[in-house]
Design a protein around this ligand. Structure first.
Ligand SMILES: [Zn+2]
Length: 224
């Protein structure tokens, strides 16, 4: 049996010519094996493109039609990774203009001062009041929100080891992370922006090509 025939045996063609994947799936994603080796497995939608349409050009991702789970390669097109990233990471409304903001920049600076002097998130929440959550405080001191204020956070946020769960990186997340890194973001920023639930260490390994060797590895600028 050719790989194309093997692939088609795991597909059901539905109304609208959408191909529904019936084969192996993990974390909600379908997987197709080209061979027995550890790196010969591809996401089913990507595999469909490779089997029927050709190579995935470097710096591109395969975008499918909006029907969830459709792997019909003629419902797909290649899109530049940077365009894809822009589309999925719209500019964030920051600070006081954001619809959920309960804080103002003065309070945010105060939170950072308390944090720098050793207060915990809970203690700061008690002092600030006004419905601010510990999570919102952590978002500030880890630089995820209000970063346009140039806050000088001098104390690192403690990472709770027990909350770190093992999550699998996807090809797409690795492509996005590598692309972010290649466009000048630090590994940490690339990790935060690539949308993965995997840990930073695993993402760094993937960014530098120690894992995910089947994906293109761009040239990186020097670490910031
Ligand atoms: Zn489709």
């Amino acid at each position: 049996m050719t790989p194309r025939e093997r692939f088609m045996r795991k597909v059901v063609v539905e109304v609208g010519e959408h191909w529904r994947w019936l084969g192996k799936a993990k974390n909600g994603r379908g997987w197709f094996r080209f061979g027995p080796g550890p790196h010969e497995r591809r996401e089913a939608d990507r595999a469909a493109w490779m089997l029927f349409r050709g190579d995935v050009l470097p710096g591109h991702v395969v975008r499918y039609c909006s029907t969830p789970g459709c792997v019909n390669p003629w419902h797909a097109r290649l899109q530049r990774t940077d365009e894809f990233v822009r589309e999925f990471r719209p500019p964030v409304v920051r600070g006081e203009g954001a619809p959920t903001a309960k804080l103002d920049s003065k309070t945010v600076r105060r939170i950072v001062r308390l944090w720098n002097s050793g207060w915990t998130g809970k203690q700061i929440r008690g002092r600030i009041g006004g419905g601010v959550t510990v999570q919102a405080i952590q978002m500030i001191v880890s630089g995820r929100t209000w970063r346009h204020l140039d806050l000088n956070v001098s104390r690192p946020r403690r990472v709770r080891k027990w909350r770190v769960t093992r999550q699998v990186l996807t090809d797409l997340e690795v492509l996005v992370a590598r692309h972010m890194r290649a466009s000048g973001y630090s590994v940490r920023e690339a990790w935060r922006r690539c949308g993965t639930k995997a840990c930073e260490g695993a993402t760094a390994q993937a960014i530098y090509g120690r894992t995910f060797r089947h994906l293109p590895l761009p040239a990186y600028p020097r670490a910031a």
